[in-house]
Ligand binder design. Structure first.
Ligand code: MTE
Ligand code: HPA
Ligand code: MOS
Length: 759
């Protein structure tokens, strides 16, 4: 067995599962508080758009235990946290732009004192026009960034040659991240004027950069440390930074440690979510059901400032045609500025919103053409060397194989017949079936972000410590990093210790995002391990006087060259005495990828991930209730290095996608007030609403060269299976009422089902 096979043998390895289930895992709020720690709390805007006329902090300041109330005037550096576009103040200066926008930071000896003071702050805000709808914003020319367009072929001409052309609208709603651990940070001032920040972030470097900017310090004065986070789902890619900046400013001003962990309600009010989208589509097909032309316009509800919206918008375009080849495509997208919290990254990063619309267009066409959407989907799947609208060609395309394997293994034809029979025999209960193929590009679409580093120390006793830029957030990247190092050195996992993610050990990191973390950091780790292996190999060739200078092999706790072999621990002891450098810094930058934003063309993705899911659901046609009976899918894991972790990602992502598409209804009213501001009126999937059965098959494939150990990225793609739930329910409604007029308007809540059934 070689090392790669071995690493894959330990494909159920987890460094922390036992800590999670025994409650021993430590999160940010579990850090012991230093003596003298103060507590911060934000006072935020209660009006969605307006001018601050005046305010009075006196009463609040009189509360016992209030140390300071920080306003924008107290910020030592820039009052600016916008990453892509500098359009977001940390604290409001003279205008507020959404309910939840931070205005003051209350710094107190206790959380209770901060709470009391918050209620006593008086502020007079003169309301201005409030926009919450992206189309309204579009009409009023309110944009966060420039529009983007992707085009392939000659769409206008192609429509003229189509047998069928259909037009419509498709909207998808926002989604709250509901990471179990809310946002938070803890800042500790050092004697030399530098700061240590513990943060619950996906992007330690983003936090470091933002804190430095707000404090007016250079980045080397800010150390950010992340042990792990209790979920992020994209919500902590950018939006972990403001809280860190706030505690840092407070620590700067008071010279005491300051901590802020948001309450759930505050987190729901103040942070951005998945972008709701409104979209128009036009789809053209020939007689055979081949899609010849496709046009779509996306109106993204970006919220009050840009945050990551321009990048999210771009990924919407990248996934505008999902797993289908369409020769003539034109997609336009607009990032619209509204008075709700700035929306942000969320698993799929705009891709799901892109895919929902093409699936709606296909569903619409099928309905009109009186065929099953399944026929149209199947006829238009991607194939080898098919061109995406952004110019990249498919390589090792698994779209067809995933589809075929799902169709065969799960007896799709049989299932279709059974559903039909069931529907013929039942009047008030109907079943619906839908197939959801996915294709998701892996790499940050912003090419420069696709790089990573890792630091490796082999200690003189043979034990190994590794650091990377990866943040563990439940997705299992820690276990994967340990597997990579163990595999590389031919050691067992328990000989490897993974350190916290820290900006002084591994600098200039991209956030843990885009599903690419294990690939990027794992490859950097391999590079570092290889450097140390090379030094050991050279050394032992000399030490053993081997003239041929062969490569040493690192297997089973041993270093071997030809007939010579030595136990790892002993070898390291000898190498140490001979002053061999036993530390290394690995670096990786994804080869080949590029993308030209001007032309909208390039090769942005290292590879694509594919899959096909079959959804079956049952709708109670008297009540509008539904159940997902089963989800059966074939997923392209490549050659999975950790089947347990990867399966967890599939199940979790898929359920999160079902939640987005069916029950999680994010509502802001016309005044920009969040109407779904707690977990009693914002319903997330629970054990009762998950599919009754879930079956996941591993596509038999060798995997991609650019994937770590050929084990493909798995974090985001499964979320998009959830779109299948929407269409399965839609089909059950059509089985009850073939003339039902159900607008493509996700989520498909029970209310919408009921209205649809009798429409
Ligand atoms: N899984 C868990 N348990 N918790 C999370 O927060 N985030 C998802 C996904 N899976 C997330 C998760 C998102 S949005 C991304 S981009 C990837 O994990 C990031 O990690 P990876 O690059 O290691 O896949
Ligand atoms: N995916 C996720 N996060 C990102 C990306 C991306 O493509 N680009 C910038 N942040
Ligand atoms: Mo994930 S949305 O890229 O953090």
């Amino acid at each position: 067995m070689n090392n790669i096979e071995k690493a894959k043998k330990s494909d159920t390895y987890s460094v922390d599962a036992h800590l999670h289930v025994t409650g021993k895992t430590k999160y940010l709020d579990d850090l012991p508080e230093l003596q003298g720690t103060l507590f911060a709390k934000v006072h935020y805007a209660k009006i969605a758009h307006g001018k601050i006329k005046n305010y009075n902090l006196e009463k609040a300041l009189n509360i016992e235990g209030i140390v300071k109330i920080v306003t924008y005037k107290d910020i030592p550096g820039e009052n600016q946290i916008g990453g892509i576009i500098p359009d977001e103040e940390l604290l409001a200066t003279d205008e507020v732009h959404f309910i939840g926008m931070p205005i003051f930071i209350i710094v107190a000896e206790s959380e209770i004192a901060a709470h009391k003071a918050d209620k006593l702050i008086e502020i007079d805000i003169e309301e201005k026009e409030i926009i919450t709808d992206p189309i309204d914003a579009y009409k009023k020319n309110q944009f966060l960034s420039s529009p983007i367009k992707f085009a392939l072929g000659d769409t206008e001409n192609a429509f003229n040659n189509c047998e069928y052309v259909f037009e419509g609208t498709a909207n998808s709603g926002g989604q709250e991240h509901v990471y179990l651990e809310t946002q938070g940070a803890y800042a500790i001032p050092n004697a030399d004027g530098s700061f240590l920040i513990y943060s619950s972030t996906q992007g330690p470097t983003a936090v470091q950069r933002t804190v430095a900017r707000v404090l007016g310090l250079s980045m080397n004065k800010i150390e950010v440390d992340v042990n792990r986070i209790g979920g992020g789902f994209g919500g902590k890619e950018d939006q972990a930074s403001p809280w860190a900046a706030m505690v840092a400013v407070s620590a700067f001003l008071t010279n005491r440690p300051v901590k802020y962990i948001l309450e759930r309600g505050e987190d729901l009010q103040m942070t951005g979510k998945r972008h709701p989208y409104k979209s128009n589509y036009k789809i053209g097909l020939n007689k055979e059901g081949k899609i010849i032309a496709y046009q779509a316009s996306y109106f993204q509800n970006g919220g009050a400032s840009a945050d990551l919206s321009p990048a999210v918008l771009e990924r919407t375009l990248f996934h505008g045609t999902n797993a289908y080849f369409i020769p003539n495509v034109e997609i336009n997208a607009f990032s619209c500025k509204t008075n709700i919290p700035p929306n942000t990254a969320f698993r799929g990063f705009g891709g799901p919103q892109g895919m929902f619309v093409i699936e709606a267009a296909i569903h619409h066409a099928a309905k009109e053409m009186k065929v099953s959407p399944i026929e149209i989907q199947e006829k238009n799947l991607l194939f080898e060397k098919a061109e995406f609208s952004y110019g990249q060609l498919t390589e090792d395309c698994e779209a067809q194989r995933c589809w075929d394997q799902a169709k065969e293994k799960y007896n799709l034809e049989d299932k279709r017949k059974k559903v039909e029979t069931f529907n013929n025999e039942n009047d008030t209960v109907k079943k619906g079936l839908a197939v959801m193929p996915i294709c998701f590009g892996i790499s940050f679409t912003n090419t420069p972000m696709n790089n990573a580093r890792a630091l490796i120390h082999v200690y003189s006793d043979g034990s190994v410590g590794i650091s990377t830029g990866a943040v563990e957030m439940g997705q299992g990247v820690s276990s994967k990093m340990i597997q990579v190092a163990a595999q590389s050195f031919g050691l067992s996992e328990d000989q490897i210790k993974l350190e916290s993610t820290n900006t002084t050990r591994v600098a200039n990191t991209s956030p843990t995002a885009a599903s690419a973390t294990a690939d990027l950091n794992g490859k950097a780790l391999q590079d570092g391990c290889d450097q140390i292996k090379k030094r050991l190999s050279d050394f032992f060739n000399k030490h053993w006087e081997i003239t041929s200078n062969d490569h040493a092999s690192f297997l089973d706790n041993k270093i071997s060259i030809g007939s010579q072999s030595i136990d790892w621990t002993e070898a390291i002891g000898i190498a140490f005495l001979h002053r061999i450098n036993l530390s290394a810094k690995g670096h990786y930058a994804t080869p080949r990828i590029n993308f030209n934003k001007e032309t909208g063309k390039g090769h942005p993705f290292a590879y694509h991930v594919y899959g096909t899911a079959i959804f079956e659901c049952t709708v109670d046609c008297l009540r509008g209730n539904y159940e997902i009976d089963s989800v059966e899918l074939v997923h392209d894991f490549g050659s999975s290095m950790n089947k347990e972790i990867d399966l967890g990602q599939i199940e979790g992502g898929m359920v999160q996608g079902i939640g987005w598409m069916t029950m999680e209804e994010l509502i802001y009213d016309e005044k920009g007030r969040l109407k779904s501001g707690n977990l009693a009126n914002y319903k997330i999937p629970d054990i009762y609403s998950v599919p009754k059965t879930v079956s996941v098959q591993y596509l038999d494939t060798k995997g991609a060269e650019l994937a770590i150990l050929r084990s493909k990225a798995v974090g985001e793609p499964p979320l998009m299976y959830g779109i299948g739930a929407y269409f399965a329910i839609n089909n059950a409604i059509l089985a009850f009422n073939p003339n039902a007029n159900v607008p493509y308007d996700a989520p498909m809540t029970t209310e919408k089902v009921l209205i649809g059934l009798y429409s």
